[in-house]
Design a binder for this molecule. Structure first.
Ligand code: F6P
Length: 542
């Protein structure tokens, strides 16, 4: 009997077959061999786009591998899929939605009709309203119910409605007003909201309730807690001056009691994890001002334009995505550490976890057939140099190979003595050591006693990409985020999966609601034996 093979299987391309044999042929070739082959490699394998310099010379790739990866992209029609996304096709097929976060940063002179509506003019209408509101809050024209100016903004959201704004708040602190205190509440753990508001004055606090759906348990629960706290101090009529909403769901916003005149909308074609540049970024706009936000959008747009027009071989997101596929599917590397050498990017790895893992943590293709090749890598990280003193030991000498993205910022916003040079020296040292390692002969040549030599050998051969940017300003942050967004897209296109749905997170939410019924009510529902035992123990202890 013949089996019907799935039509969208990347392993059936000629390029995949070639890449498999290239990987087999590279078994004895290390990153050190490649790096040491000649000075021209570093220049040849560094590409620049939207002010980001992306260096893959420490990746375990040869010219043949790169050529075959580009063939793979061609055979998978990544460019055609990209154009479909940019043009507003419903490429999120399981939710029947367009994927148009790129429309959020198109200039107002552009037009893009989706389902008969010009989305660019809609985007700019909302940006205009956000700008006017942000200016009012920043200038003190927006007053609380007692006539005082706003000195604290609390963003209540979770996932894409929290991680982007929270990450950007830290990333752009040097460009932000210091007159307003920004806080971010996400966890349904009551501690999160309690600690966030405990020292705030309701009369000077503005809450932004950020939720695409306006139904998310955590966000609505925290928003209700915030409302109760505010109303207890200032009365019901104060809600109007102290709560604004960011959502696609006007009905639910009104139901919650927020005037829809104080709601900033967005659209179902913006995925939560792709929304930090939509009105979900309202807190960012209040922090950096409308001009700073526009700068960030132009950075996003510059990378979009680069992705849309640069030749595949010079295209940063294309290369980043293809290198990720190479590491995952052909070198068998399961995890990628993102290591920003910038304290301002301390939440960037957490932000990327949602962007990458919620997007490409999938195991069926668009046609519903199961993949039999690895998809999205596990992404994690912490800023350097801190990580060097905690988990880098495993990166250097552990039994798992971890691919690394090292992000380096050339110019510090806080130039103190030579600390920036120290930081960058550490970043480049780690890139060198991870890639090249240290052989037994080199260790012994130092006079190391023979019994210690094996302990000091550094295997190296850890693939590293170095991303170098001039400075971390709003433009660069936008370009950096867009680079990773499009890299995720390229990987998903090669794998033939839907990078824009997230069905995997739904079941847990549903089961939690069932268990909650048991914990808080008379609902005597039972679950599996382990869950029932845990419930019983919790009830004893609480
Ligand atoms: O649970 C996952 C998720 O749906 C994310 O995709 C999303 O960013 C987050 O929840 C928050 O959703 P919302 O903005 O609708 O509250």
């Amino acid at each position: 009997m013949t089996t019907q093979l799935p039509t969208d299987d990347p392993t059936r391309t000629a390029a995949w077959t070639r890449l498999s044999s290239l990987a087999a042929g590279l078994v004895d070739t290390t990153v050190r061999d490649l790096v040491d082959a000649g000075a021209e490699r570093a220049a040849a394998l560094t590409r620049t786009g939207a002010r980001i310099h992306y260096d893959v010379s420490r990746q375990r790739v040869t010219d043949e591998v790169l050529a075959a990866l580009l063939d793979l992209a061609a055979e998978r029609d990544v460019r055609g899929r990209r154009d479909a996304m940019l043009g507003g096709a419903h490429i999120n097929s399981t939710e029947d939605r367009a994927v148009l976060h790129t429309a959020l940063r198109r200039p107002s002179t552009d037009a893009l009709a989706v389902d008969g509506v010009d989305v660019v003019s809609e985007v700019h209408e909302v940006l205009g309203r956000m700008g006017a509101f942000a200016d009012e809050v920043r200038s003190g024209d927006w007053r609380g119910s007692t006539g005082q100016r706003i000195s604290a903004v609390v963003n209540i959201g979770i996932g894409g409605s929290d991680l982007g704004p929270a990450m950007a708040h830290i990333a752009l602190e040097a460009f932000s007003t210091r007159e307003i205190d920004f806080r971010f509440v996400s966890n349904v753990d009551p501690t999160d909201i309690a600690e966030a508001i405990r020292d705030l004055d309701p009369a000077t606090t503005l809450f932004i309730v950020a939720s695409k759906t306006f139904t998310t348990l955590e966000t609505m629960t925290n928003a209700r807690a915030a409302r109760t706290w505010l109303v207890a101090a200032l009365g019901e009529e104060a809600v109007e001056r102290h709560f604004v909403a960011v959502s696609t769901n006007a009905e639910k916003v009104a139901e919650f009691g927020i005037d829809t005149a104080n709601m900033f909308g967005f659209w179902d074609w913006v995925g939560g994890r792709y929304s930090m540049d939509s009105s979900i970024g309202l807190s960012t706009m209040i922090a950096v001002g409308p001009d700073g936000f526009a700068e960030m959008l132009s950075g996003f747009h510059a990378m979009d334009a680069h992705f849309a027009t640069a030749e595949p071989a010079d295209n940063l997101p294309m290369l980043m995505g293809l290198v990720a596929v190479w590491n995952r599917d052909f070198l068998g590397i399961e995890t990628t550490a993102v290591l920003p050498y910038s304290q301002y990017l301390s939440r960037f790895p957490a932000y990327l976890q949602q962007l990458t893992m919620e997007s490409n943590g999938k195991s069926v293709r668009l046609d519903g057939t199961r993949v039999d090749y690895p998809t999205g890598a596990i992404v994690w990280g912490e800023p350097g140099t801190n990580g060097q003193h905690s988990f880098y030991q495993l990166l250097h000498q552990g039994t798992s190979t971890v691919a690394c993205d090292i992000i380096v910022v050339a110019r510090s916003e806080n130039p103190l003595t030579d600390q920036q040079d120290m930081l960058v020296a550490n970043a480049l040292a780690q890139a060198a050591v991870l890639a090249r390692g240290r052989t037994a002969e080199e260790v012994a040549a130092d006079g190391t006693p023979a019994d210690l030599v094996p302990h000091k050998v550094m295997p190296g051969n850890r693939p590293v990409s170095v991303l170098l940017v001039d400075r971390l300003d709003p433009f660069t942050l936008g370009a950096l985020v867009a680079l990773y967004e499009h890299s995720v897209f390229v990987q998903g296109a090669v794998w033939g999966i839907d990078s824009f749905d997230q069905w995997g997170v739904e079941l847990g939410k549903k089961v939690a609601m069932g268990i909650l019924g048991n914990l808080t009510g008379d609902d005597a529902a039972t679950f599996d034996p382990s869950t029932d035992a845990s419930i019983a123990l919790y009830k004893q202890l609480r």
